[in-house]
Design a protein around this ligand. Sequence first.
Ligand code: XIL
Length: 364
Amino acid sequence: MAAVSAVPGLGLAADRSFSPSLAALARAKGLRFGSAVGMGTFNDPRYRQVLIDECGVLVPENELKWYVLRPDAKTFAFGRADRIAAFAKAHDIALRGHTLLWHHPKWFPAWLNAYDFGQGPAAAKNAQALLVDHIDKVVAHYPQIASWDVVNETIDPKDGSIRRTVFSDAMGQEQTLDVAFHAARAAAPKARLVYNDYMGWEAGNEAHRAGVLKLLEGFRKRGTPVDALGVQSHLGTEDPAAPGSLGRPQEKAWRAFIDEATGMGYDLLITEFDVNDQNLPADIAVRDADTAAVAKAYLDLMLDYRQTKEVLAWGMVDKYSWLQGFTPRKDGLAMRVTLYDDAYRPKPLREAVAAALRSAPARA
Ligand code: XIL
């Protein structure tokens, strides 16, 4: 692989084909490292090379969501996810599943939000049939997936309540989530089943964390088959009280949250790692140093828990990150939120992840 010029002033190695790769560093500790990949970026051969060089796992970024897979109640449009699956297979990279039920009406296809399940007990039966059929067919189509985000983001961060959807209006809120996990367990008895959400360690996430803990407790009480908590780890939230920063991490409260989740027997996954630099100063060296420092502190804390089994980045190259469109910087500069810059050069953030993997305790 061609060497590229060194990143000035940052003391990084110049060649982008790192050895060992992040996948290898993770593997040496009994962990998995990987990334999300979406159809748009998938067409860029240089991006694909970064995935091949660094990743032991790939996650379709949108291609398994209802709004891509399900144009209507009868059709399953597997084509796009199949392309990612074929690429992963060709390069001996594992595939992870995201997500069987993003339980939030905003992310349901319009036809589903408008679906009429009928009245009375029939409504619950019909809703259950549609949800179980979806999970059965999607899980059966990808038998190679050993780790599934079964339910995604169902806790409302404002008050910790469970979101309502057409499914929960017909079946009940807890019942809907339980149906999803039981269906996933039946379809993939050996897979790791994950509840995934974005409650973060920064101030402002208190109600969200409390709601997630309540949800996890409920799963245990009812015997719902949930194996792990997916901690999305989109670091650096917007925090009006801390302008110009990456938010205010609450390390003590965060440890207490993680202790409670692991105390209930849940494993942990870092499922969507990136660091949002929208509020940092323009200077690139400052931004890169700050994001790398917060990432190292966070990953050290998380990897110290032997329950943390996987580390997934939500994209590997800045220009393709979802955050460029989701929370653009006010000064119009491109964000620097992933491990590689727009010239496919590794950034200090990549070094922070590598260092955290190197110093992580080994898993059994
Ligand atoms: C995002 C994708 O990255 C975007 O391309 C898409 O437009 C919206 O969804 N939490 C999740 C992910 O669980 O599915 C989201 O992915 C990012 C936040």
